[in-house]
Design a protein around this ligand. Sequence first.
Ligand code: GDP
Length: 477
Amino acid sequence: IFIFQDKTLDSITRFATTRFFATGSEHSCLSRNQSVLYRKSSPHKPSSYLVSKLRSYEELHKRCGPHTDSYKRSMKQLKSGQIDHNSSDCKYVVWVADCGLGNRMLSITSAFLYGLLTDRVLLINEEQEMVGLFCEPFPNTSWILPEDFPFKKKMSGFNNKIGHSYGNMLKTNTINYSTQLLPSYLYLYLSHDCGHDDQLFFCDQDQALLSKVPWLIMRSNVYFLPSMFLMSSFDQELDKLFPDKETVFHHLGRYLFHPSDRVWRLITKYYQDHLAKAEKRIGIQIRIFHPKTSPFEYVMDQILACIQKEKLLPEVGTGKSIASPSKKQTSKVVLVTSLFQGYFEKLKKMYGEHPTKTGEVVAVYQPSHEGRQQTWQNSHNVQALVEIYLLSLSDELVTSAWSTFGYVAQGLRGIRPLILYNRTVSDPPCGRGVSMEPCYHTPPIFDCKAQTKTVDTGALVPHVRRCEDLSWGLKLF
Ligand code: GDP
């Protein structure tokens, strides 16, 4: 009932929710309605243009989505390999997975924005390790690519070497800008290790060609979205959609990613058992990419120095003297997420064995310590989503540099995090992000008009800059 009454619910979701229920969906999605009870309502309002664009996208998806007549006609066209202009006016972008969950959520969001900008329906090639993680985002239809999609097996092995990717076809001149007869589908390889020719995707001339191809099969593991803000084909539309450039992932991520009921139950149980009662929740995400270059003691000292410098948690005393009992005791809870347990153990011991100098009570929790990344396992990804979401319910967030896991949490939360820099010089130990947007780690660095020329793509437009945690990365701000 509160769905319709709660004024704090984000307007983009509220519309979707209302429509879901008004038209009656048999699939439950508790998180869509209940998230408002757990996460702070966003102070960042979506533009009315974005809201209406999402409504028209939903209509498009319903008309062209799996099992519709338009989809069936488009499928015939795909199988024939030839474009048939009388067959269907629906166009698609099929997203193919690569890497961990954070990377996936960021590249799905990028593919979705590309779909919004080019009137393409986004379909997800859902591998078993992602089954049942999220609710369907669009009302009365599905974003899951049907099982009988012709190239399903081929798609998972698709990498930067395959001959029939768009980049390789350009390189070998199998396709060029004056090609008259275009195929009905093309493979786009946009992962971190894609080459110069693949990255021509980000040029206006290539977009003009791609716009004629009904099926684009895209493999990506990066947040390539900032580079779309550098293209003149899209910049006017993007300006209308996102007057505030810092909130692109925040809005699209909250719109797309609603944990399934199975994941939601785990999130809410953990929250209620450990986090709900605290006056302040502090999330600390510790991602160790190379244990050899990030030794435990070094990282632990960095975390403690950051906590102290930013006054996130009170200092602990060595003696028995604590603040006078008359002073009101406040409580803070720290949510540590990491594949390893050592950081949590040290913090827990510190606050468990010593009184704080202010008399505040600090509790420390860590939901899991999986030891290593096991992206191919469904239950491992469930746990990852639970923790990303729990982090996004924090009042303050400390994240690890370079980590897409942390980027998703900060974006869903809508906060500029304190980033633990990945540097050998640990002063300062952490710093405030310039925006809540994720970083695109491997953007193109060439000028589309003079393709061989390298340019600083972080200095071309006012709202795209280099990332604070990765000097060659790009981010919106
Ligand atoms: P990134 O590698 O840090 O950019 O983030 P990704 O999410 O793309 O990949 C890392 C994967 O490792 C996650 O998806 C999880 O599967 C696992 N992982 C890393 N850190 C954590 C953590 O703190 N908690 C849990 N449960 N899993 C983690």
